[in-house]
Design a protein around this ligand. Sequence first.
Ligand code: PGA
Length: 254
Amino acid sequence: MTNKSTHPIKPLVAGNWKMNGLRASLAEITRLKAGLGDAAADVLICPPATLVAAMADAAAGSTLMVGGQDCHQLAAGAHTGDISAAMLRDAGASAVIVGHSERRTDHGETDLVVRSKAEAALRADLVAIICVGETADQRKAGRTLELIAGQLENSMPDMAHSATTVIAYEPVWAIGTGLTPTPADIVEVHGLMRDRLAQRFGGDGHAFRLLYGGSVKPANARDLLHLANVNGALVGGASLKADDFLGILAAYHA
Ligand code: PGA
């Protein structure tokens, strides 16, 4: 069975700036670096693609990691406006989010597309952060667990490994709304994901980082981030300001 204490996992707190941020916003990175200290979690910020290289420069000399928000599933070619995983890596990224619900909704990305994007990320030596999550209607219809199990199964490549792949559970209705699931609901979904990963990846399934995302704020971080099988957070709005993001990281201080 899943027993968190026998499998200590270093948490990851990842910020997703979405379509926010100009070069002037890099001042937040200076503030963030100054506040990081000996953070008990790995810390990653995923700015818009235009800022990846500059943010990687700004983060140099600290433990702060920089990531992309999406990548194309192919390595190169005639795909106007798209960005490959290798390009993100070349710009200084060490991770990329794939399958965020906004990509799934705005760009019609299916589980199979998300899976190929995750494969592209892993081939380019990026950590893939694969997002899953149910809509409000799916939760109301009692379909959450079935839906998450299916997204997990179909969006995750067989080549995934706990060192290279992170799963983020983000209920669509909790993103940017100030709403969060109950602790019991989060524990239920994360427990299901842990069990499915253990079935598919054996012992390594117990070592994957499972992030919770959706309206994580300094005020609720302590309550959300110490739940069973929650190994960090994916943070949208509250990652834009260093003070808010540091307030979330404080959940891991003794
Ligand atoms: P939020 O976004 O923290 O603003 O709710 C989370 C996300 O979409 O990753």
